[in-house]
Design a protein around this ligand. Structure first.
Ligand code: PBG
Length: 311
């Protein structure tokens, strides 16, 4: 009877799996702070994508880890850059059976670790960064991405990317905007996953949102929709259920939430110590994110959920 009257049902098809691909390796590298998640080689990435498809996952989001970094993050838009090479291989394997999303940012590719171009004063130059984002979007679409996901929180990024994609003949490539991305401590393990160190104790408070605020999240979401976002995202998820709920009630596009690295690792670490029940906690957390209003959940638990849940 509990199942019959349950108001929230989580499905494998709600989930998007984040995947990492690292340039120049021939076997996967474990990520210590993200147990069970690896930096893939191209070959292991393609295999993982095929296996995710086979268990019913409908989407993946790809992050590239380049062998070398520079001031402007040129590896992010180079057609031979790791993400582009990997996107093409994954697209060749899974075709249109999964939605292939390309995370669109430069922090993995810049020597200073910021999500934007840094000016002479050490500050991120919003509008110069947009020019780079446009080049990345076109490179990712050319490589085979179905959707790009700008995660750098620059003002005007969705409109600029939409225009660049349309201008390059990619009007069918969608945009999932990281619209309300908070300056969170929960991204710690991700930064190990992509080898990012923000220089000299830097932080992202200049462009990511203050977690004391909800109003500006709504403003960012509406801005992104006006600029052409097809899906809006809130990130992280669990500490922001109020934001997910408020956004869900105020927009009519699909809402995604990113259950981020720190949220995943806290469950893994506590479960390894025997302090909590891994499966029960993961299920409770993911279901709460859906109950709050997320239509789509990006989560490192995607494969575990697909394999362990009998829908
Ligand atoms: C930035 C980006 C970050 C994440 C996704 N895209 C990190 C950041 O803003 O520092 C975090 C994802 C996670 O923690 O799982 N390109």
């Amino acid at each position: 009877m509990r199942d019959l009257v349950a108001q929230t049902r989580l499905h494998t098809s709600d989930l998007v799996a984040p995947l990492f691909v690292r340039e120049g390796i021939s076997a996967p590298h474990p990520i210590v702070s993200l147990p069970g998640v690896v930096q893939h080689s191209i070959d292991s990435l393609v295999r993982e994508a095929a296996e995710l498809r086979d268990v019913g996952i409908r989407g993946l989001i790809l992050f590239g880890v380049p062998a070398s970094k520079d001031e402007v993050g040129s590896g992010a838009f180079n057609p031979q850059g790791i993400a582009q090479v990997a996107l093409a291989k994954v697209r060749a394997e899974v075709g249109d059976e999964m939605v292939i999303v390309a995370d669109l940012c430069i922090d993995e590719y810049t020597s200073h670790g910021h999500c934007g171009i840094v000016d002479g004063r050490g500050l991120v130059d919003n509008d110069k960064t947009l020019e780079v984002y446009c080049k990345i979007a076109v490179a990712q679409a050319n490589a085979g991405a179905h959707m790009v996901a700008p995660s750098g929180m620059m003002d005007g990024q969705v409109g600029a990317i939409r225009a660049a994609l349309d201008g390059a003949g990619h009007s069918d490539v969608a945009i999932m905007a990281y619209s309300a991305k908070y300056s969170s401590a929960l991204y710690g393990p991700f930064r190990e996953a992509v080898d990012v160190h923000i220089t000299e104790g830097g932080n992202r408070r200049g462009y990511q949102q203050d977690w004391r605020n909800r109003g500006e999240a709504l403003r960012e979401v509406h801005e992104d929709i006006a600029q052409g976002a097809d899906i809006v995202m809130i990130k992280p998820a669990l500490a922001y259920l109020d934001v997910i709920s408020a956004v869900r009630r105020s927009v009519n596009v699909p809402v995604a939430a990113y259950h981020v690295s720190g949220e995943y690792s806290m469950i893994k670490a506590a479960a390894q110590n025997g302090w909590i029940d891994h499966d029960a906690t993961a299920m409770e957390h993911l279901t709460a994110i859906k109950r709050a209003g997320a239509d789509i959940i990006l989560t490192y638990f995607a494969r575990w959920f697909a394999e362990s849940v009998n829908e």
